[in-house]
Write a protein that binds this ligand. Structure first.
Ligand code: PMP
Length: 427
């Protein structure tokens, strides 16, 4: 194929709105650990992991073997039949769950479907279509999840049937209250009271669920402070509202300090949704949580053809074992702390770097010009990193946050190499 031909054919055959990274888009054809190669033979450090997904790295022999072995036996049977790897994966997830009491797991094919199912369970259980989400949130690309996403750029008009109210997270990107409180905990408490006010004054009072990402992903890796989440949880309990933790990006040790993102706050959610890192690239998602809530659907109301597919569950099991056996969470903590230090160092040296935030291997750097968000600088930074062999992601409400989320196997040496490239790209 001549250079540029695949891009032309992509443009002709795929939707115009399906955006690609880079002026000259890349086709990745091979990966190994935290390195990837494109069709022209260029090598890169993969510091975005296919949108925060490749958590154990590319071509991990144990995962490849499990997928191959299962694919050779049977690819598909559906939720109408017993699937051993599906049951084992559900049991494994429950054994790792931060939720107490009897639990169930329902498998789907993606993060959007996982949130869609969680919304279904919560609305059926509570007999209400009212949901509270957060400004700046992202919950998926399906009709229902787009309808609750707290960023207008990711939300269609007209909206969906769900009745959503948006609460204000305690971060300067959203809160007009930011800066009025000396103590961040005071701001966190004030923002939590906003949730109470929504329940008591803007809804019927019978809200089905509050949904939040412990660290907002697409929103630019904005962490919700533990004090906020724990206060919100108390308010929700007073009103019987379910807490859904969208862990599509924050699960499985990604945040370093904990296996699930929500654990840092000490909050026990009612439901957890997950995808991305669960399958290390295989198409799988799940909702896990209180059996009483998940079992509340009428019999046969719901079914999923691909949910808990033999290949994706066999691969996800091997992936989870790999994460646990190699203590990838600890590596995320160690290499993540080192990399964050380096990013803070860059912020001190380059006026174009604004806030550095995140934890573990979920780190973001805001690019600014005279203190204001600078999306052009973010795009130029990404191109400069690509030329120097590092792939990173982009996000944030203003498109100026660089998102850094390599596989959790990444070494300190690779992080050092990437930091050197970031320094050059900023210069
Ligand atoms: N929730 C969060 C927090 C996400 O980041 C995403 C995807 N970026 C989704 C849900 C939707 O997942 P998917 O693209 O697999 O449908």
């Amino acid at each position: 194929m001549r250079p540029g031909e695949l891009h032309e054919r992509h443009r002709a055959a795929l939707p115009a709105w399906l955006s690609l990274y880079y002026e000259r888009p890349i086709e990745l054809v091979r990966g190994e650990g935290f390195r990837v190669w494109d069709s022209e033979g260029n090598e890169y450090l993969d510091f975005f992991g296919g949108i925060v997904t490749t958590i154990s790295g590319h071509a991990v022999p144990e995962i490849v073997e499990a997928v191959k072995e299962q694919a050779e036996r049977i690819l598909h049977s559906s939720t109408l039949y017993l699937i051993e790897s599906q049951v084992r994966l559900a049991e494994k997830l429950i054994s790792l769950s931060p939720i107490s009491g009897e639990q169930k797991v329902f498998f789907v094919g993606s993060g959007s479907e996982a949130n869609e199912a969680a919304l279904l369970f919560a609305t059926q259980y509570r007999g209400s279509s009212e949901v509270i989400a957060l400004r700046g949130s992202y919950h998926g690309g399906s009709f229902g999840t787009m309808g609750i996403t707290g960023q207008s750029s990711w939300r269609p008009t007209p909206r969906t049937a769900l009745d959503v109210s948006y609460a204000m997270p305690p971060h300067r990107s959203y809160s007009p209250l930011y800066g009025r409180f000396g103590d961040p905990e005071e701001l966190a408490r004030a923002c939590a009271e906003d949730v109470r006010s929504l329940i008591e004054t803007s809804t019927t009072g019978r809200v089905a669920a509050f949904i939040a990402e412990p660290i907002q992903g697409v929103g630019g890796f904005i962490e919700l402070p533990p004090a906020y989440l724990s206060r919100v949880k108390e308010i929700l309990e007073e009103h019987g509202v379910l807490f859904v933790s969208d862990e599509v990006q924050t699960a499985f040790g990604r945040t370093g300090s904990h296996f699930w993102g929500i654990e840092r706050s000490g909050v026990e959610p009612d439901l957890i949704t997950m995808a991305k890192g669960l399958g290390n690239g295989l198409a799988i998602g799940a909702v896990m949580g209180r059996a009483e809530v998940i079992d509340s659907l009428s019999p046969k109301l719901h079914i999923s053809t691909f949910g808990g597919n033999p290949v994706s569950t066999a691969g996800a099991l091997a992936n989870l074992e790999y994460i646990l056996e190699n203590d990838l969470q600890r590596n995320a903590e160690e290499v993540g702390s080192y990399l964050k230090e380096r990013l803070l160092g860059l912020a001190a040296e380059h006026a174009s770097v604004g806030e550095v935030r995140g934890r573990g291997l979920m780190l973001a750097v805001e690019l600014v010009r005279e203190g204001a968000p600078d999306p052009q600088a973010a795009a130029a930074f990404m191109e400069a990193c690509r030329e120097r062999g590092v792939l990173v992601g982009k996000g944030g409400l203003k498109g100026n946050a660089i998102r850094i989320s390599p596989p959790l196997t990444v070494t300190r040496e690779a992080a050092e190499e990437a930091a050197r490239v970031f320094d050059e790209a900023l210069s």
